[in-house]
Design a protein. Structure first.
Lengths: 434, 352
């Protein structure tokens, strides 16, 4: 068909041509939509699988079995020095006192019987007894009904993960122990309740005592250091680059470097932290202070980039108006532009913090991927963070750690969702549109 | 703004003051196989109100051995954990940095080959187990004739029964740790190299003809018969529970914890049970060590007490054996208990 013919094509003919191709065009569009739905469907299926697998294991992880026994708190045995000091209670025979109460409740006798029954209760019971005495010394020389966690193997048995039908030599609980557990159960002394260890306990190698408290405090301290460093530095950098810096080769180079920094693998920042803070300044390993600094380096590019975008979104008319009534550039900046850009800056900061909360790789190098029991009291005490705790628990052989791992993942997810939700709320509520 | 500057200043100041102050807790790093046991001991020490709980970092045996040798001062670790013994080269690094160490063996860890109880149990000789998984075998290892027996070819065995009709008629598929793992290195050395290549006449002849050392046998198959399943042994355990036809290689403590669903392969007639590993008849096991730095003993509080905690718990009925560590015989325990006191300096002669 020549050009001349094309031009002469009548409207009717054109409509016919279009109609002929229409079905194919509509088909293409329909197929495209189907592909899109399939893609979303696959993504959703993965998400649902993830949530189902985490929740099905994680929700039971928030609960565990406890045993309630009548303990006679003989002061002479528990507090040999008689001064109620921590050391005196440690030197006392808390273990013996608890075991005696347990043997009575489980009706255990004989050497092998006592050995089996003794395994029912958690090793953490002694500490719990000591702290109960420290909280309220009046309970000494009385008989108290006290509740202690059961050992993790016993817990697995009570949950049905370790089966009664399994031959005795193949299970970690022998027949004698099962007998005592049944006795305790018949007396109604075993309860399944919310695990206070999970929330208020610190890292422990006894699965039933393990909790996230220490890691949570470590995470908060680390993020606090990160925020204190990264937010002012990031905002100041963004303001200077956007409003004051001359546009020349040097600032261009700096800008390119900031953008590149955002793409640097996070473990590199850990190596930097190791070389500078531990290598040159000789600071101790495993402390949240260095962790926070390293994470701040990682978060800075995110904050700078989002802050610059927020500043750029403030209309020039605001600046012009302020300058027009005689404000200096500094006043224009601090009184008008920065407050208006603040919601955008905060959103970027919160998202940066949420990223930092989930990081483990940069912390590996500076020794925060570690088993740390004591809860850090300041940024210079050794500490670890939530994702590291999850990583360490996932590798331990004891079965109850699988449940606790999933429960800890749920806590971490909750914090991430909370932070992201805060970012969205700030953006919706405070951000102004022009 | 003024507040943030004050905060930044406070952070900087806190950094400077910590750098100057001494560390009052023990810092430990190293093997992830020793970690579950070292943490139990650390936690016990921490229960004593006089001491803080030691910090135990992971990272692998090489991190432990290198880290402890890096220097003297509170920024360096006090104790390095390792699931393989220090080599003379690693000790030279220590000497170069002026670090004196004492070696303490704490116990043993068995390496097991296991599968689901729903699968066929594996009863095998160590040589055949090595032959099943090493990358290269002599050309006539599978009984083929008319080929040059001294030539090494890629491992041809597809099923366990191809090696010996008595073995299960199941495809060879073994999940195990990746090359970065100490468990893998120990397994390859004990089973592939020492169990097979140094014992089997055909393999010895072929290696001699090729002028290769038995060390080359440590390479595992890469044709899908050996599947690297990541550093986490729990992951391998899960895969075995889902797939009864597969086998897995991991530490004894994981078999111990899952003895109701998994069964260990019988190797050279010995079962991977606590007792048989402890008395040494089950031979696929290795020693676990820690290396303590002399210059820090008495300076960082609690190091000798930490070592004492090991002694309290490393016996047959201790908390460590309950977690799956295999205790040393009585005499060995006495010898290392004495070493904790006398702190004999580790020398190159002791390592040979």
């Amino acid at each position: 068909m020549s050009n001349a013919e094309k031009q002469m094509m009548s409207p009717a003919l054109a409509a016919e041509r279009v109609a002929a191709g229409l079905a194919a065009r509509r088909g293409r569009e329909r197929r495209f939509r189907i592909y899109g739905r399939i893609a979303i469907g696959i993504a959703l299926a993965f998400l649902v699988t993830l949530f189902v697998s985490i929740f099905s294991k994680g929700i039971p992880g928030f609960f565990q079995h406890y045993v309630t026994i009548e303990v006679t708190l003989d002061r002479a045995k528990l507090d040999p020095a008689g001064d109620l000091s921590v050391q005196s209670l440690y030197d006392g025979d808390a273990r013996g006192v608890i075991r005696k109460a347990l043997f009575e409740a489980a009706e255990a006798s004989g050497r092998s019987g006592r050995k089996a029954a003794g395994k029912i209760i958690s090793k953490g019971a002694e500490q719990r007894l000591r702290s109960a005495i420290l909280d309220d010394p009046d309970i000494l020389d009385t008989t108290q009904s006290m509740t202690f966690a059961v050992d993790d193997d016993v817990d697995s048995f009570l949950r049905g993960y370790i089966k009664r039908e399994t031959p005795e030599k193949d299970r970690r609980i022998n027949d004698k122990m099962i007998g005592y557990i049944d006795t305790l159960n018949e007396k109604g002394l075993i309860s399944f309740r919310f695990s206070d260890y999970l929330i208020f306990g610190s890292a422990s190698r006894n699965a039933e005592m393990a909790g996230i408290y220490g890691a949570l405090v470590g995470s908060i301290l680390t993020l606090a250091v990160c925020l204190v460093l990264a937010f002012p530095l990031g905002v100041a950098t963004a303001v200077y680059l956007e409003e004051f810096a001359p546009k020349n080769r040097v600032t261009e180079l700096i800008e390119i470097n900031i953008n590149n920094l955002a793409a640097v693998p996070s473990v590199v920042f850990g190596i930097l932290g190791l070389a500078i803070f531990i290598g040159i300044f000789g600071m101790p390993r495993s402390i949240p202070l260095i962790g926070g600094v390293v994470l701040a380096l990682m978060t800075l590019p995110t904050i700078i980039i989002s802050s610059r975008a927020a500043i750029r979104a403030v209309p020039p008319s605001i600046r012009d108006a302020a300058l027009g009534v005689g404000a200096s550039r500094m006043q224009t900046m601090l009184h008008h532009v920065v407050p208006l850009a603040m919601p955008g800056m905060l959103t970027g900061t919160i998202i940066g913090m949420a990223q930092a909360l989930g990081e483990t790789a940069p912390l590996l190098m500076i020794g925060m991927v570690a088993f740390i029991v004591d809860v850090p009291g300041s940024v210079t005490d050794p500490g670890t963070v939530l994702p590291v705790q999850i990583f360490m628990w996932a590798d331990f052989a004891e079965r109850m750690f699988i449940l606790k791992t999933s429960a800890a993942i749920m806590v971490l997810l909750a914090f991430l969702i909370l932070m992201n939700a805060a970012a969205i709320i700030i953006r919706k509520k405070l951000e102004r549109r022009w | 703004m003024r507040l943030t500057f004050a905060l930044v200043g406070a952070v900087a100041l806190a950094g400077v003051t910590t750098a100057a102050s001494a560390r009052d807790y023990i810092s430990i790093a190293g093997s992830s196989t020793v970690l579950p046991f070292a943490t139990i001991v650390a936690e016990q020490l921490g229960n004593n109100p006089s001491f803080k709980t030691p910090v135990v970092e992971s990272g692998g045996s090489s991190v432990g051995k290198k880290g402890v040798c890096e220097g003297i001062g509170t920024e360096f670790i006090d104790i390095g954990n390792a699931s393989s013994r220090m080599k003379t080269g690693e000790l030279e690094y220590c000497d170069a940095n002026g670090v004196d160490l004492t070696e303490i063996k704490v116990g043993y860890d068995g390496i097991v080959v296991a599968n689901s109880k729903e699968g066929v149990p594996l009863v095998i000789s160590k040589a055949d187990l090595g032959m099943a998984l090493t990358a290269m075998v002599p050309a006539c290892a599978d009984g083929s004739t008319g080929v040059d027996c001294t030539e090494m070819v890629p491992n041809p065995f597809k099923k366990w029964s191809d090696i010996n009709a008595a073995y299960p008629d199941v495809e060879i598929r073994v999940y195990g740790p990746p090359t970065t793992s100490g468990t893998r290195a120990s397994y390859a050395e004990m089973v592939n190299e020492k169990g097979y290549c140094k014992k089997d006449d055909m393999a010895k002849a072929a290696l001699k003809a090729a002028g290769a050392k038995a060390k080359v046998c440590r390479a595992m198959r890469t044709d899908g018969a050996y599947v690297e399943a990541g550093e986490q042994d729990n992951l391998i355990v899960q895969k075995l529970q889902e797939d009864p036809s597969a086998y897995g290689i991991f530490g004894f403590s994981y078999l111990d914890q899952n003895s109701d669903t998994l069964q260990g392969a019988v190797i050279d007639g010995t079962n991977p049970t606590f007792d048989e590993i402890a008395e040494g008849s089950y031979s696929v096991s290795r020693a676990l060590y820690f290396y303590v730095k002399h210059a820090h003993v008495g300076v960082v509080p609690g190091i000798s007490e930490y070592m004492n905690e090991w002694v309290k718990h490393w016996g047959e009925d201790g908390a460590l054996s309950d977690a799956g560590m295999i205790p040393m015989p009585e005499e060995e325990r006495a010898a290392f208990k004495a070493a904790m006191k006398d702190l004999p300096k580790l020398t190159a002669d002791m390592l040979n």
